[in-house]
Design a protein around this ligand. Structure first.
Ligand code: MBD
Ligand code: FE
Length: 295
């Protein structure tokens, strides 16, 4: 059975391009990359042509998720499963493949209307090594684990779980949490060694609650934390260690309102399920409004 292999790229609608260019480079250390297109710029993390397409002018939310598959055969195989499950999709045109810098793709939506692109053959720009936006000790952890993870909105977590399982992701509910609006039982799913590439089941106002990126070096997380604190940016959850992926992370506001979770030291995904009611330590809530959970 063919499966998606990684969360490969994201498209984001943003209202303030200049704020995002500064934020991405100066705080996270991402590379801002321009191809002279007036309506967009790119963010890089590694050898990939891009990991993020920043579409300027819009509603400050997720535009699309790009999930990678190995090749055309794998894409055809998953498309046949979508047909059998009566899930509609559209085969991307040659122009759309060029636009995304991939060899081929199909487009569909998940049960909550989040746009999903399944693609194979990304452009890996070996002549253009990653150039961090600020000094970095190490790199972003990508490779076979993809760009990181997203926590997205799900109207119906059971339907979303069924949908992402059809794409080949595995996982289930991993926390029972208290929130101001009641209990939350978020689901976490993986498709490679990254403990989770997607999560859902926490109330929010946007399609995208947060994006998590991981550093290979603890010093880069510390540096990001220093910069966020010195700029007085709203921190939603303070530094702490998650029980499921065991990553040391903190969450803070992006120029789009949704949160960036930066982390280090994540454990690998596991095949037998377990769940948690608390994190290992930390993650104390600071500025309420975006991720109001008691971890
Ligand atoms: C995560 O990455 C996360 O965002 C939450 C809320 C819980 C566990 C791991
Ligand atoms: Fe997270």
């Amino acid at each position: 059975m063919s499966k998606v292999t990684e969360l490969g790229y994201l498209g984001l609608h943003i209202s303030d391009g200049d704020a995002w260019r500064r934020f991405a480079a100066d705080i996270a250390g991402l590379e801002v990359f321009d191809e002279g297109e007036p309506d967009r710029f790119y963010l890089r993390m590694d050898y990939w042509h891009h990991r993020f397409v920043m579409h300027v002018g819009g509603d400050d939310d997720l535009a699309y998720m790009g999930w990678r598959v190995a090749d055309q055969d794998a894409l055809d195989d998953i498309a046949a499963r979508l047909d059998a499950a009566d899930i509609a999709y559209r085969v991307g045109t040659a122009e759309e493949a060029v636009e995304r810098r991939v060899l081929g793709l199909i487009k569909l939506t998940d049960p909550s209307g989040n746009v999903v692109e399944l693609f194979f053959g990304p452009l890996i720009a070996m002549d253009m090594p990653f150039h961090p936006g600020r000094r970095m000790h190490g790199k972003f952890k990508t490779g076979s684990e993809g760009l990181g993870h997203v926590l997205i909105h799900a109207d119906d977590p059971v339907a979303s779980h069924r949908f992402y399982k059809l794409l080949g992701l595995e996982g289930f509910i991993q926390y029972h949490l208290n929130t101001p609006v009641g209990r939350a039982e978020p689901t976490f799913m993986h498709c490679n060694d990254r403990q989770h590439s997607i999560a859902f089941g926490i109330a929010g106002t946007k399609r995208l609650n947060h994006l998590m990126l991981e550093y290979t070096e603890l010093n880069d997380l510390g540096k990001a934390h220093d910069i966020v604190r010195s700029q007085g940016i709203d921190v939603a959850l303070q530094l702490g260690k998650h029980s499921n992926d065991e990553a040391l992370t903190f969450y803070f506001s992006t120029p789009s309102g949704w949160l960036l979770e930066l982390g280090w030291g994540s454990a690998k995904s596991f095949s037998q399920q377990q769940y948690h009611t608390n994190d290992v330590f930390g993650h104390g809530p600071e500025v309420m409004g975006s991720l109001d959970v008691e971890l």
